[in-house]
Design a protein around this ligand. Structure first.
Ligand code: ADP
Length: 446
């Protein structure tokens, strides 16, 4: 509305200004011509004197409204006035101005005035004429009124039609806003009506629906994660309290107490490990945690992981082999966080031992250009094909696991740590034959 108002106002202003200018010029021209004709008649026609001229002027139908013509001689004495009782008083300075600057136009009250010098028989006369442009002023006032009315009516029509069309155009968006407004975390399954499915509003609604689907999915994943996490923590806790309650029922032998304490200790260790993994999962998933990265030796971390794991599981056999040429210092160096990489190595080694009868795992370090591949190979129970993707999800455990304890968090942590390092992991496995996890680590880092 403001833009249209400005355009309309500018157009009307231009129309009015040009009309006023044109009208003034034309009136000025007519007044000047009239004054010139009267002056000529008086000064050039001998038979015409001031009285006759006044008489002629009185009866002249072409006389302008309130017209007055004054003629002054060289001594500034008025020799002619077209009216017996003139209203206009011509100031001496006006005559002086005409003498110095020639033709001179000005306004005196409501009068439009024009003055010019006139030379006759080498004598200079000064002619000053004035009239009120009654007709022009009335015309201009009419024009101004018409323009104001047109402006106001246009604005009213514009306002009303704008409101009607804007409301009609925005109605579908208001509907979408209303529908989105009622969606809360408990009604994330609701969707917005996609209308005709073709226009921009339909596209907006579709985009909202897609976003809702993503939110719902993320929300469900989070809910499941929380449920799984609390289950993983509650199970060992209830196991611990159950064992302690039973042991308190009767007096028991020392051996029995030792067995119960050992079992409780195992549960506490498993609980601690689950809590640590959960914490690490959250930390590796969040942008706000910063893990310091540096160039580290892969072989050192592998030996450390092996030593640490064998402390926890002395029956676990870990065989480490090197394949290729590792003469250069940086051929076994990668850029990363030593603690996180050690966790990756330990998890894969532990799984290899845990899920194979011989409790043995081979770790083969292979060098390829600027990359190192570390294979963790076992001859264990393997993972069914359809579950090979899923085992990297938190809390997922394959159906073929038997009595082996676990929380299903190790591989998801491994995957996240590898992603955090910008590196990858792959899995080849066959149920009953064994599994091979391969880590791909780039070695060169300046
Ligand atoms: P956890 O071992 O605690 O159950 P992980 O995340 O480490 O959790 O492993 C997820 C699942 O992947 C395991 O439950 C198991 O089914 C399967 N898995 C992992 N490593 C192996 C392996 N080396 N051999 C067979 N199955 C494995």
């Amino acid at each position: 509305m403001v833009i249209v108002a400005l355009i309309l106002f500018s157009a009307e202003f231009a129309i009015y200004t040009f009309s006023e200018l044109k009208w003034k010029m034309s009136f000025h021209y007519r007044l000047e011509n009239k004054a010139l004709a009267v002056t000529r008649l008086l000064l050039e026609v001998e038979e015409v004197d001031a009285n006759i001229l006044r008489l002629i002027e009185k009866n002249n139908l072409a006389t302008l409204p309130f017209e007055e013509i004054h003629i002054f001689d060289t001594n500034n004495q008025e020799i002619f006035s077209s009216k017996d009782s003139a209203c206009l008083v011509i100031a001496p300075c006006v005559i002086a101005n005409i003498k110095t600057s020639g033709e001179y136009a000005f306004r005196q009250g409501e009068y439009t005035m024009v003055g010019f010098p006139y030379i006759e028989n080498e004598k200079q006369f000064i002619v000053v004429a004035g009239a009120i442009d009654v007709y022009g002023m009335r015309k201009l006032s009419n024009l101004r009124n018409i323009l104001i009315i047109v402006f106001v009516i246009s604005m009213i029509i514009l306002f009303l039609s704008g409101r009607i069309y804007a409301t009609r155009a925005l109605r579908p968006i208001l509907k979408v806003i209303e529908e989105v407004g009622v969606i809360t975390e408990s009604t994330l399954h609701l969707r917005v009506n996609e209308g005709n499915g073709r226009d921009e509003v339909a596209r907006l609604a579709k985009t909202f629906n897609e976003m809702l689907a993503r939110l719902e999915n993320a929300f469900n994943v989070q809910q499941t994660f929380i449920a799984n996490a609390s289950h993983e923590i509650r199970t060992p806790l209830s196991h611990i309290s159950g064992q302690l309650e039973v042991s308190l029922l009767n007096e028991r032998s020392t051996e029995e107490y030792v067995r119960i304490i050992q079992s409780v200790l195992d549960d506490i260790i498993s609980l601690g490990s689950t809590a640590n993994r959960l914490l690490l999962l959250t930390m590796t998933d969040s942008d706000s945690f910063h893990f310091p990265m540096e160039n580290i030796r892969i072989d050192d971390q592998l030996w450390d992981a092996k030593a640490e794991l064998q402390k926890l599981h002395p029956d676990c056999k870990i065989l480490i082999y090197f394949e290729g040429n590792f003469e250069r210092e940086d051929s076994l160096t990668t850029f990363g966080n030593d603690q996180l990489l050690r966790i990756v190595f330990m998890n894969l080694m532990e799984n290899g031992c845990k899920y194979s009868q011989d409790h043995q795992i081979q770790v083969i370090i292979e060098q390829l250009d600027s990359m190192i591949q570390i294979h963790f190979k076992d001859n264990g129970i393997g993972i069914p094909k359809e579950e090979q993707e899923l085992v990297f999800e938190p809390f997922y455990r394959a159906k073929n696991v038997d009595k082996q304890q676990g929380s299903g968090l190790g591989l998801s942590l491994v995957k996240r740590i590898m992603t955090l390092h910008g590196q990858t992991i792959s899995l080849v496995s066959e149920p009953g034959k064994g599994s091979e996890f391969t880590l791909y680590l780039s070695t060169y880092h300046s």
